[in-house]
Design a protein around this ligand. Structure first.
Ligand code: FMN
Ligand code: MN
Length: 471
């Protein structure tokens, strides 16, 4: 197997995966050598590609104002995510099954003494994050944003490492903002430091293999260490080096690391910023990070994510599905399929197919999904013959099998995404939303569905010469 994550031919890091793609799947990669403006230029090109239904990995070799190349759009195509875990082909369901198997067997990291991510170390006054090709994406964004920084924090009570992507506005050359949603584990960890009046160390990891992203972003309980999940997805232990200025350990084979600490009690205006629902997230008074050091490879690559677009949305959907399915299984053992569809921006909606054995199970399944993923706002439960990857089939089930007073339940004032444009206070960034569960399974006394006996056995070409079934 030569796939990015498990093969021996390519290093399991960002550059190794790009080398693999360029050798084995060159159609996946576009290199742009012309100078491009980091303000609206990069996002403009990515947006036009998306409009034309093209989702390649794009390497901007010459971003105005920076000597460092920019790797963009890595997670915008399903095939690349699949190649990322070493599967040359397979459906989304097969991909998710492989992810679930790996997540069930975490692989702890190993300590190493040195690594390429510290070939260059810049500290103190010399720290200048604006040397990186940090982009401004949408019209009303408050400024340039780091959008694919994997922020590693350590729980001060348990010592467990947590990783997530949280957007970082560039305030000054050594100061960043951060938006940690109320739904994130990172919010709990940061608040532990904040309530003790202590700075919270945060290492922002930039540039890594897609398997590292899938593993470290996996939905998991707070007591699971996401470095172990990253190892599981890469199928090898993540090699860790100690940071130079903060008490954390980071992947030795990342491209760039920003070693940061929060300033306790300090807040700054952060956002507006174009967010995943396709609307701007409102301005809030958010914490401030001071960058103590920038460490990087000598020929580092910078990586970003195009938030609000395929690159951000697809990854977000993929990382939550297996955890939802495993949790729903506890409440309803007959769960068959779980989909977090594009139509719900890969976050707000979830379709669950079950083989119903008794009444009441559908609502159990929906409630379990809400417990598993606080971003979910609508959960629709259907019978197993409904294709949950097909919105039309799910809507057909809602249209014909739902009696609202019996089959729909709502939970007002529940914890959800502070970026939900329909929250209780979207302008203020409220994280309180109303959840809706819909049981769209067939109920007792559901009439027989119409059927033409024997139709599947008819040889159509016998009656209509040259007949093409069209599938
Ligand atoms: C490209 C991208 C950008 C994201 N931006 C944010 C963000 O700004 N704030 C946030 O709270 N979550 C953001 N997320 C979602 C979190 O990274 C994700 O929910 C993560 O699993 C949270 O981890 P945690 O619960 O362990 O803290 C983003 C995800 C992606 C893929
Ligand atoms: Mn976590």
């Amino acid at each position: 197997m030569t796939g990015g994550a498990r093969g021996n031919d390519y290093t399991p890091d960002l550059r190794g995966f790009i080398a693999y793609l360029e050798a084995e799947h060159p159609e996946e990669v576009v290199r742009i050598s012309a100078e491009v403006d980091p303000k609206f230029g990069v996002s403009g090109i990515l947006h036009r590609l998306e409009k034309d239904e093209k989702f390649p990995l794009v390497i901007f070799e010459n971003v105005k104002g920076s000597k460092i190349p920019l790797v963009a759009n890595m997670h915008a195509g399903f095939e690349r995510l699949r190649y990322g875990i070493g599967l040359e082909d397979g459906t989304i369901k097969e991909f998710l099954a492989e992810c679930a198997q790996r997540e069930a067997k975490p692989i702890p990291p190993v300590s190493v003494e040195s690594g390429p991510v510290q070939e260059v170390v810049v500290t103190g006054d010399d720290v200048d994050v604006t040397e990186l090709p940090v982009c401004t994406y949408h019209e009303k964004d408050a400024g340039a944003y780091i959008t694919a920084g994997l922020a590693l924090m350590r729980d001060p009570d348990t010592g467990i490492n947590n990783i997530g992507i949280y957007r970082h506005q560039v305030h000054e050359k050594n100061l960043l903002g951060i938006q940690v949603s109320e739904t994130a584990d990172a919010n709990v960890i940061w608040k532990k430091f904040e309530s003790r009046g202590e700075p919270c160390p945060i290492a922002i990891i930039i540039g890594h293999h897609p398997a590292f992203f899938i593993g470290s972003l996996a939905f998991s309980p707070m007591d699971s260490d996401e470095l172990h999940l990253a190892g599981a997805m890469l199928q090898r232990p993540v090699p860790l080096v100690p940071c130079k200025t903060i008490p954390l350990d980071v992947p030795a084979d990342a491209e760039i690391v920003l070693e940061c600490v929060t300033r306790p009690g300090e807040r700054r205006k952060e956002a507006p910023f174009g967010e995943y629902p396709g609307t701007y997230g409102p301005q809030r008074m958010n914490p401030v990070l001071e960058i103590k050091a920038i460490t990087r490879r000598r020929d580092a690559l910078y990586q970003n994510a195009f938030v609000g677009h395929a690159d951000n949305l697809l990854l977000s959907g993929i990382i939550r599905t297996t955890f939802i399915e495993n949790t729903v299984k506890i409440a309803c053992p007959t769960v068959r399929k779980v989909a977090v569809p594009r139509s719900g921006r890969f976050r707000f909606m979830c379709f669950i197919a079950i083989r119903k054995m008794m009444e009441g199970e559908s609502k159990q399944a929906a409630m379990a999904a809400f417990v598993a993923d606080p971003f979910l706002k609508f959960v629709v439960v259907v019978d197993e013959d409904v294709d949950v990857y097909n919105d039309t089939e799910v809507f057909h089930a809602i249209a014909t099998r739902v009696r609202a007073d019996r089959d729909i339940f709502m939970v007002p004032y529940a914890k959800g995404s502070p970026l939900d444009p329909a929250s209780y206070d979207p302008a203020g960034g409220s994280h309180l939303v109303t959840k809706t569960g819909i049981d769209a399974t067939r109920k007792d006394n559901y009439p027989d569905e119409i059927y033409v006996p024997g139709n599947e056995n008819i040889d159509m070409a016998k009656y209509i010469p040259g007949y093409d079934a069209g599938r």
